[in-house]
Design a protein around this ligand. Structure first.
Ligand SMILES: [Zn+2]
Length: 1004
């Protein structure tokens, strides 16, 4: 089991990031100093607990005067965090809560910058800042590895949510949410707004639409079926007044829940929160509508269409979702919730008899089962992807028949017992960079759902494992699924040509709207548009910027640890070790150099890695045994075919097969035995089964990427100049997708031939002479590890191969990718070395300034795109926009970075520059845990990046001066002249500017 499903997160956020894991809490105990009932700074202690997985004391406070709740999670983690959340169910599909989420971070009374969130991120010492709108709550998390800055940041967030400028300035709503724009009397009327763009992109995958359709079908009379992020067709009906009314209803301390996390002086914090904010409020009664849906008496059936471009192949491309409404979380209880989510994860295992039966039905191509517990009543989804819409009834009957079989025959629960070991792994690994955000998010969700933020999930899990013999899992499946009448069967089908039809209809509506305006109205809107953009162009005053900072660069000491990297050879394998001050646990990475394989062989091997990831039997173990032992011995094993740089300049790279896992000190021999069995003996001969299901999953993954194409565009644009990314693009991008489509046919026609080929490539790939082993762990563990290595190398062939000579495909210089969406994406790339630009930390400071002063204001705030950014990745300069609405304009802005920097030199002050250096420094020196840091130092070493190089990079950031801005203006001129790009947009938006492209590729 890869990961336990706790929350299936369907939240929209302020910018794109990836986070989340699961939380595991063990045995509640009391904390030393404070006990229940004690009062301090206006807060009363309600509950205390000890969480052994994060080694934290937890204290839940309630503010006496207002009822505001504040959970302190005190531990030794220096990546500190603060969050505040409000309970905010959505009343309709207009995205009100989501637009409030964006808008309150558009400045506050005490911090009157209209771009506060970006100013905080780009000019202060924070490690994380974002905001999220869930179905029933809105949450604002922020982290810093400096305590002073965390408290300051918490003050900024608190002032933002309690005293936002939004209340007195409707322009913030228009910018973040929605507005009408008219440049001059002769131009076209357009709809614009950040959330408006964001949601067009957010709902462009068929999976996202199908999920929304299923929710609407299962919650027809409840607010739980509303689209909390907002539907692009409903957002234009939203008024400023509605936003203000909803804000006033929900944003009150009595409806709030805060979390303070890490190594913090919480008493000082309570004092600040009480004095600066809460003490001026009194208690308010806020009723939250939990939207309980009345039970159905029969299966509800619904069909929907989603837009696709003309010519899209829509045959068997539907999503069938059989969805059940479960009891309200409060009524369901944690025992049943954990049992249900565990049962679902077992049904989801690829070789479960349930999943096998779905697969054999051929109704769809791939299947997933998920429990979404972000609604008060969780919804449970059985999903057939790339399905035949005519077979929806068959799908319903099949799922029900198979579930009844499961109830009768019982589930294979061995995996649940093995996965208990993950608690031990988690405790040994300790906190990591995302612990703060994950802990705050989980506590907030539990508070929102069941009114209890201190939930000991692990104890429920342990209890469940002890009761497996009482058939608890089968019982919850019977009660909450088989006998549950509140079910809906929804079919979502793409309609070719509907995308163009909708685009034309939208253009017509706007044209008619403009035609109906009087001359006076037209000129008023032109004036308003101009005034709006002028307001939007104002830079944050230096005094406001200064007020956001609690520390300056000279206060920050970052010590990069010397990990004493040692190199040796054991039985032909090259071994690199790094010291990490940890107990028992270690991190192991096996890297097989694949320079001797041809490009075609690399794709086959990548597919082998994907099959392993989906689960395979070996000649010595059944598939279930493999999964169980992985959970017991390594937590998880990840395999990948990727590439690493040959040197720190990134001028060449080579492909590698990577195997990563964790191992306990006394188990190295056992884990090598398991890992070598998986690598060398996985049953390729059963390719008809393993290959087919892997292909279905890979295709489903690409389908999703075609709707969220930023990563594909990044791969293609950087592949134009970079040897490293040319490998990444080849192995993960469209070349691999094309290979999969071809392989699908080969497996049908001649599976034995394919199996033979992959077996030969496997023998060629895994060899003791091309093996690099990276080991991070305690010094005393290193010798035990080295003596176990022959357990692996003894099984590997001892062959010599010459390097294969080839050149990988290179995308066009100016490329367009056509997708089924109304939003657009831009990716501009240029090579630093080819433009004679040095790699330096100074470049990162410049990128930070460009982001905050040019790209975000012009492209997001004025242009209405969801996001825009520039960055330096190794030897590449990249600039990109996502969920954009005017790529031609965005390209102009990105092309003007040199001129912008030239002009900037004249008014940039030392003090403001210092703030950009500070935030760059925070980004380049993330606090991470001991084991990860040691492992990272090995990866750097492999690529020729020494400790001194990393220190130099930080020094370059510190030493950046105003003169460098001028130097970089010159560099940017060269980078802009050398740029290549990838634009992603709808076919008609590409067609309108087709001279911009050397190549147009349709993604479908
Ligand atoms: Zn958003």
């Amino acid at each position: 089991m890869k990961k336990r499903v706790l929350f299936f997160v369907t939240a929209v956020c302020l910018f794109l990031t990836t986070i989340l894991g699961s939380t595991k809490m063990v045995s509640a105990a009391t904390t030393g100093e404070l006990k229940t009932g004690d009062e301090i700074h206006g807060f009363k202690v309600k509950q205390t607990a000890y969480d052994s997985s994060t080694k934290s004391d937890e204290i839940l406070f309630e503010h006496v005067k207002t009822g505001a709740k504040l959970l302190v999670i005190k531990n030794s983690d220096i990546n500190r965090g603060f969050s505040i959340k409000f309970n905010t169910p959505a009343d309709n599909d207009k995205g009100i809560n989501h637009i409030i989420e964006h808008s309150v971070l558009g400045g506050s009374k005490k911090y009157p910058s209209s771009n506060i969130i970006f100013d905080v991120m780009n000019t202060t010492y924070v490690s994380y800042a974002n905001a999220f709108t869930y179905q029933n709550m809105t949450m604002y998390p922020i982290c810093s590895s400096n305590e002073k800055q965390l408290f300051k940041s918490a003050d900024i967030y608190l002032d933002a949510v309690f005293n936002p400028l939004l209340l007195s300035d409707s322009r913030i709503f228009e910018r973040e949410g929605f507005r009408n724009e008219l440049k001059d009397a002769g131009s076209k009327l357009i709809y614009n707004g950040i959330v408006y763009s964001e949601m067009q992109g957010g709902l462009s995958s068929i999976e996202a639409s199908a999920m929304i359709n299923a929710k609407k079908a299962i919650f027809p009379d409840s607010n739980q079926g509303n689209i909390s992020g907002g539907s692009p067709s409903d957002i234009p009906a939203l008024t400023y007044q509605e936003v203000i009314n909803t804000y006033k209803k929900n944003y009150h301390p009595s409806n709030s829940f805060m979390v303070l996390y890490g190594d913090v002086d919480y008493k000082a914090f309570l004092k600040m929160v009480n004095e600066n904010y809460l003490s001026s409020y009194s208690k308010k009664e806020i009723t939250i509508d939990r939207g309980t849906q009345k039970p159905f008496n029969k299966l509800s059936k619904k069909s929907y269409t989603v837009p696709a471009a003309a010519g899209t192949d829509t045959k068997n491309k539907s999503v069938i979702d059989l969805v059940f409404a479960i009891n309200d979380m409060k009524e369901l209880g944690m025992d049943n919730y954990i049992a249900l989510s565990t049962a679902i994860s077992l049904l989801n295992v690829e070789n479960s008899s349930f999943k096998q039966a779905l697969m054999e039905s051929k109704i769809g191509e791939s299947y997933s089962i998920s429990l979404d517990a972000t609604t008060y009543q969780p919804s449970l989804h059985f999903i057939a992807n790339n399905a035949n819409p005519a077979k929806s009834n068959d799908f319903y009957h099949l799922v029900m028949k198979e579930l009844k079989k499961v109830v009768k025959k019982g589930l294979d629960t061995e995996l649940i017992k093995s996965s208990l070991r993950s608690i031990e792994f988690q405790e040994a690994l300790g906190n990591n960079q995302s612990s703060a955000v994950n802990k705050m998010m989980t506590a907030s969700l539990f508070d929102n759902l069941i009114g209890n933020s201190i939930v000991d999930v692990n104890s429920y899990y342990r209890k469940l494992v002890n009761k497996l013999d009482e058939r608890v899992l089968e019982k919850v499946i019977e009660k909450y699924i088989v006998k549950n009448k509140s079910a809906a069967l929804t079919v979502t089908t793409p309609e070719a040509g509907l995308l163009e039809k909708n685009q034309e209809a939208a253009a017509k509506t706007l044209a008619e709207k403009k035609a109906s305006m009087t001359k006076k109205e037209v000129s008023a809107l032109v004036n308003r548009t101009a005034a709006f953009q002028e307001w939007n162009s104002k830079e944050t005053p230096a005094a406001v910027l200064k007020s956001l900072r609690a520390v300056s660069l000279k206060d920050i000491e970052v010590e990069l640890k010397d990990r004493e990297i040692k190199e040796t050879t054991v039985d032909g394998a090259h071994v690199l070790t790094a010291n990490a001050d940890v107990d028992k646990i270690s991190s192991v990475s096996l890297g097989f150099d694949l320079s001797h394989l041809t490009p075609d062989e690399l794709l086959y091997l990548r597919f082998y890695s994907d099959m392993i990831g989906n689960g395979m039997a070996t000649t010595n173990r059944t598939e279930s045994q493999v999964l169980n032992e992985i959970a017991l011995k390594t937590n998880t094993i990840s395999t990948a075919v990727s590439a690493i740089m040959d040197n720190k300049n990134g001028t060449s790279a080579h492909p590698v097969f990577i195997v990563d896992y964790y191992s306990f000190e006394d188990e190295y021999k056992d884990t090598f035995e398991l890992v070598s069995d998986i690598l060398l003996n996985s049953k390729i001969t059963d390719i008809a089964g393993y290959g087919t299901r892997t292909i279905a999953n890979v295709k489903a993954d690409f389908k999703y990427q075609f709707a969220e194409p930023l990563n594909l565009a990044l791969l293609r644009s950087t592949a134009y100049t970079s040897p490293l990314y040319r490998y990444s693009n080849y192995l993960n991008g469209l070349d691999y997708y094309k290979f999969i489509l071809q392989l699908e046919k080969e497996i049908i026609n001649n599976p034995a031939e394919v199996a033979k080929k992959i077996t030969e490539i496997r023998t060629k790939a895994f060899n003791k002479n091309n093996l690099n082993i990276l080991f991070a762990g305690d010094e005393s563990a290193q010798s035990a590890f080295k003596s176990a290595i022959t357990g692996l190398t003894g099984k590997l062939p001892d062959a010599q191969y010459g390097k294969a000579v080839y050149s990988l495909p290179k995308p066009a210089k100016r490329e367009a990718l056509a997708i089924n969406s109304t939003v657009q994406y831009v990716l501009v790339n240029a090579s630093l070395s080819e433009s004679n630009v040095p790699q330096s930390g100074k470049g990162n400071v410049i990128m930070n300034m460009l982001n905050n002063l040019l790209l975000t204001p012009e492209i997001r705030l004025k242009g209405g795109a969801y996001g825009a950014s520039a960055a330096i990745m190794d030897n590449n300069y990249i600039a990109y926009t996502y969920r954009d609405n005017n790529y031609v304009n965005s390209m102009k802005t990105i092309g003007a970075t040199d001129e912008f920097l030239k002009a900037l030199t004249s008014y940039m002050t030392e003090e403001t520059l210092e703030s950009y250096k500070l935030s760059t420094y925070a980004a380049e020196s993330p606090s991470t845990n001991e084991l990860t840091d040691a492992y990272m130092s090995l990866l750097y070493h492999m690529q020729g990046i020494s400790l001194q190089d990393r220190i130099n990079r930080l020094t370059e950031i510190k030493e950046s001066g105003i003169a460098d801005i001028d130097t970089y203006a010159g560099y940017m001129e060269k980078l802009n002249a050398n740029q290549n790009y990838v634009i992603v947009a709808s076919p008609s938006d590409i067609e309108g500017n087709k001279d911009m492209f050397d190549s147009i590729i349709s993604l479908q």
